[in-house]
Ligand binder design. Structure first.
Ligand SMILES: Nc1ncnc2c1ncn2[C@@H]1O[C@H](COP(=O)(O)OP(=O)(O)OP(=O)(O)O)[C@@H](O)[C@H]1O
Ligand SMILES: [Mg+2]
Length: 331
């Protein structure tokens, strides 16, 4: 079914270029499937620009700003392809709720919750879903580690490993905490998990399905940092992950349970660990994962029998399904 779809891309966060790359893939595939696509690009300063199709991104095509509001409420579906704060965190989703338009992916609550690694894990713990252990530091708190070393130090609400440090001693911890506080007012100090890093794609609304788990093998760096994520040849994705059949099922089960517990809809990528003792832990959910056709989320579903175009089609269908369903609610 062909639709008129608005793709929102770019955004104020440091993940802006990643979003632009994801969106170029998304727009191209949506157009090939016969959809009519408009691109709504947000720049790093927060300015919104409107164009049509992939050409708009390449040419930096611009149309008058007031058309944006009309366009967003005039399309069949909006697909926010934005990563990190001001895009993946519920802010844009709130705008789309107000505009009264179907949009792809998690709603306001789930987006904000999954963006916040601290509160997200509280909710999962409440559902007896095993998560990576952490303490949370607020502005003014002294850096300390109750877990010895190494530990991971992270801003609570960011992505792409930006601002994250693997600290091996007190000095690195102190510097890591200072760096993380440059990005957020809340910082996690996390127990180091020794094991296999796996990711699972989740797709659906009421009855979400899980992809096969993929194993993240970092080829040169010590951990899956920014460079390992985006530079060519720095990461091998092995699908299915080289874990036992029971661990595969456990990872899929926990990914879906975490998705439901955090109120996600549409899509999410669950980042997990299979610890050396075999226990599967949830690290985080990404409600708008990297979305080029060669990104982990797309490759996981490709290996599970759902190709990129079909994935996009299903996401648009899910957006419309949720919209129609919720329209019947009485407020
Ligand atoms: N507790 C931990 N133990 C071991 N490794 C960890 C731990 N936490 C994070 N890592 C490593 O750091 C990477 C980035 O962590 P995390 O996924 O929490 O950050 P992110 O910036 O939100 O990532 P994303 O790009 O997936 O949004 C992980 O993929 C993993 O390699
Ligand atoms: Mg991650």
């Amino acid at each position: 079914m062909s639709r008129r779809i608005a793709v929102i891309l770019g955004g104020r966060s440091s993940e802006n270029p990643i979003s632009v790359a994801s969106a170029a893939s998304v727009i191209d595939a949506l157009e090939r499937s016969g959809n009519d696509v408009v691109a709504v690009q947000i720049d790093r300063e927060g300015r919104w620009e409107l164009g049509t199709g992939t050409k708009a991104i390449e040419a930096g095509e611009r149309l008058p700003g007031k058309e944006i509001a009309t366009t967003l409420s005039d399309v069949d579906v909006v697909f926010p392809v934005l990563h990190g704060p001001f895009g993946e965190d519920g802010t844009v989703q709130g705008l789309l709720e107000l505009a009264g338009v179907p949009y792809v992916g998690a709603g306001v609550l789930a987006s904000a919750l999954c963006m916040d690694k601290d509160v997200f894990k509280s909710v999962l713990r409440d559902h007896n879903i095993p998560v990576t252990e952490n303490i949370t530091l607020r502005l003014g708190d002294e850096p300390h580690s109750p877990y010895g070393f190494p530990v991971f130090v992270k801003p609570a609400r960011l992505g792409s490993s930006v601002g994250i440090t693997k600290a091996h001693d007190d000095e690195e911890l102190r510097r890591g905490v200072a760096l993380a506080f440059e990005h957020d007012e809340k910082v996690l100090v996390e127990r180091f998990v020794s094991g296999i890093e796996v990711e699972v794609g989740v797709l659906g609304n009421q009855r979400p399905i899980a992809s096969l788990p993929g194993e993240i093998v970092v080829t040169h760096n010590e951990w899956y940092d920014f460079e390992a994520k985006y530079d060519e040849g720095e990461m091998d994705l092995v699908v299915p992950a080289r874990i036992t059949e029971e661990q595969i099922e456990r990872a899929q089960e926990l990914a879906v349970r975490a998705f439901v517990a955090s109120d996600c809809e549409g899509m999410a990528r669950a980042d997990m660990f299979v610890r050396d003792d075999g226990e599967v832990l949830v690290n985080e959910l990404n409600t708008i994962p990297g979305f080029t056709s060669t990104s982990v989320y797309a490759r996981l579903f490709e290996a599970s029998g759902i190709g990129y175009s079909e994935l996009l089609q299903r996401l648009a269908d899910l957006a419309v399904e949720r919209f129609e369903r919720r329209r019947l609610l009485r407020y």
